[in-house]
Structure formats: structure tokens, C-alpha cells
Write a protein that binds this ligand. Structure first.
Ligand SMILES: *[C@@H]1O[C@H](CO)[C@@H](O)[C@H](O)[C@H]1NC(C)=O
Ligand SMILES: *[C@@H]1O[C@H](CO)[C@@H](O)[C@H](O)[C@H]1NC(C)=O
Ligand SMILES: *[C@@H]1O[C@H](CO)[C@@H](O)[C@H](O)[C@H]1NC(C)=O
Ligand SMILES: *[C@@H]1O[C@H](CO)[C@@H](O)[C@H](O)[C@H]1NC(C)=O
Length: 213
């Protein structure tokens, strides 16, 4: 986890010198593990994810054996294209259906992201000693802030840094596999079906990122 952070920081320092003008790539279907750490060093989330890149659907379930304060028991099923998401409690089989106000998330590089070019971390010419990364950056939507994302040449997002006025955090992806291992995780559970969308309290913004702020 910490290796991924230092790799990323290093990447940021050296990225600016190789600017080119690619269009953002889009990640494939993935199953993997995600951590969220804020600028105080608190682990805000740790768990497994399943991502359908075509339908832009994401399931995140926090790992009970690595409790993190905010995400303890967090189980999210996000439908970014539809603008809704479910907070699932599979233990008591209950669900909350909510409106999404911001569709930005750490597995999708926004279409208007600006490329900062390709960097070599470590030594890519020695097997297992390096990684070639594409760096992307842009402004956040809805809140004042910006992001920096890195992705492999095959468009697997490695880490995303978000900086807002009130906080900043880093989201890292690990143990990524290029398939949806359990498609059922992307299906709305029967006990969540037919629920009305809950009203959003005034001043609340719902997004994937906000779940960890
Ligand atoms: C991703 O997964 C979805 C749902 O299983 C499937 O319809 C789609 O074809 C997959 N995309 C790729 C590129 O494999
Ligand atoms: C939770 O973490 C443990 C230990 O790292 C791992 O073996 C397990 O597969 C994880 N479970 C999920 C659902 O991510
Ligand atoms: C959770 O929050 C409490 C109180 O703020 C703190 O003492 C504890 O270290 C935190 N735990 C984790 C896993 O971040
Ligand atoms: C399910 O559990 C959560 C927290 O454990 C609680 O907030 C919620 O009210 C429960 N729902 C039902 C239907 O019991």
C-alpha cells in the first residue's frame, strides 16, 4: 500500500516533463482491491471492487478483516450512468437507494482529463522492476478541487489523488484482474428492488468519493 503511494508521488514529480496529447483511455472490466487514505494518513476505506466498464457500474464492499472507520460495513452498488446508487446492508438485508450528484470515480478517467504524458517508474526494462504509467489530471466537478490519476498502458488505474479545499486523499487499486469474477455483485439484490429514491438532506452531496470524506 505504502509502496504504491511513494511510487505515485515520485511519478507526479517527474511527470510534467513529457507532455503529450492523448485522449483519456477507459479501463476494462475489473475485479480488485481498493484503499482510500486521507491526508491525515487515516485509512478511510479498504475493500474489494467489481467494475463493469461498459455499463459503468461499480460494487465496492469493505473488507471486514481490515476495519477502517468510515467504511466499516460499507457496501455500495453504484450505477453511474443512471445517476443512482444503493447502500446495501446484506446482514439485515436492507438497502437505501440514493441519487448520485457526481459521477466521478477512481476507476474512470474523465473524458476531459488532460494528459501529463507517460512516465517510467523504476526501471521498466528490467522485468518486475518498473512500470510505465500514463498520468492524467483535471478539475473536479461540483466541488472546488482537482485530481491526478495514473494508469498503466493497458488503462488499469493505479492510483488517483483528489485535492479539495477541505481534504485530500489517495485511492490505490491493487490485485486487479481483468474480468468480472462475480457478475451477481453488479445486480441489485432482490431485497433492494422497487425501493423509492431517498430524499437528499439539504447540503449533502452524494458521490462515490463522498462516501470516504
Ligand atoms: C464487461 O462485462 C459486461 C457484463 O458482464 C459484459 O457485458 C461486457 O461485454 C464486458 N466487457 C468486456 C470488454 O469484456
Ligand atoms: C479481506 O482481506 C483478507 C486478508 O487480506 C483476504 O484474504 C480476503 O480475501 C479479503 N476479503 C475481501 C472480500 O476482500
Ligand atoms: C477511528 O477513529 C478513532 C477516533 O477518531 C481513532 O482513534 C481510530 O484510530 C480510528 N481507526 C482507524 C482504523 O482509522
Ligand atoms: C439494518 O442495520 C442498519 C445498521 O446496522 C440499521 O441502520 C438499519 O436500520 C437496519 N435496517 C433494518 C430494516 O433493520
Amino acid at each position: 500500500m505504502y509502496a504504491a503511494i511513494s511510487l505515485f508521488v515520485l511519478a507526479c514529480l517527474t511527470a510534467a516533463s513529457h507532455a503529450d496529447h492523448h485522449h483519456p483511455c477507459h479501463a476494462p472490466n475489473m475485479t480488485g482491491c481498493m484503499t482510500v487514505i486521507n491526508r491525515k494518513g487515516e485509512v478511510r476505506g479498504y475493500g474489494s471492487f467489481t467494475y463493469d466498464s461498459m455499463a459503468n457500474k461499480l460494487r465496492f464492499r469493505s473488507n471486514e478483516s481490515h476495519p477502517a472507520n468510515t467504511s466499516l460495513g460499507l457496501d455500495l452498488l453504484m450505477f453511474f450512468n443512471e445517476g443512482i446508487f444503493y447502500e446495501i446492508d446484506s446482514k439485515n438485508q436492507s438497502c437505501e437507494k440514493k441519487a448520485l450528484h457526481c459521477t466521478m470515480h477512481p476507476l474512470d478517467i474523465p473524458n476531459d482529463a488532460k494528459s501529463y504524458g507517460i512516465i517510467n517508474s523504476g526501471n521498466p526494462s528490467i522485468e518486475g522492476e518498473g512500470l510505465k504509467l500514463n498520468i492524467w489530471a483535471g478539475s473536479m466537478r461540483g466541488v472546488k478541487g482537482h485530481y491526478v490519476m495514473s494508469a498503466t498502458m493497458g488503462c488499469l488505474p493505479l492510483s488517483s489523488l483528489y485535492f479539495t479545499e477541505s481534504t485530500s486523499f489517495i485511492i490505490s487499486n491493487m490485485d486487479v484482474e481483468l474480468e468480472i469474477k462475480d457478475p451477481d455483485l453488479l445486480v441489485v439484490p432482490s431485497y433492494c428492488q422497487g425501493l423509492p429514491v431517498e430524499e437528499t438532506p439539504e447540503g449533502t452531496v452524494h458521490s462515490f468519493l463522498n462516501e470516504f470524506m
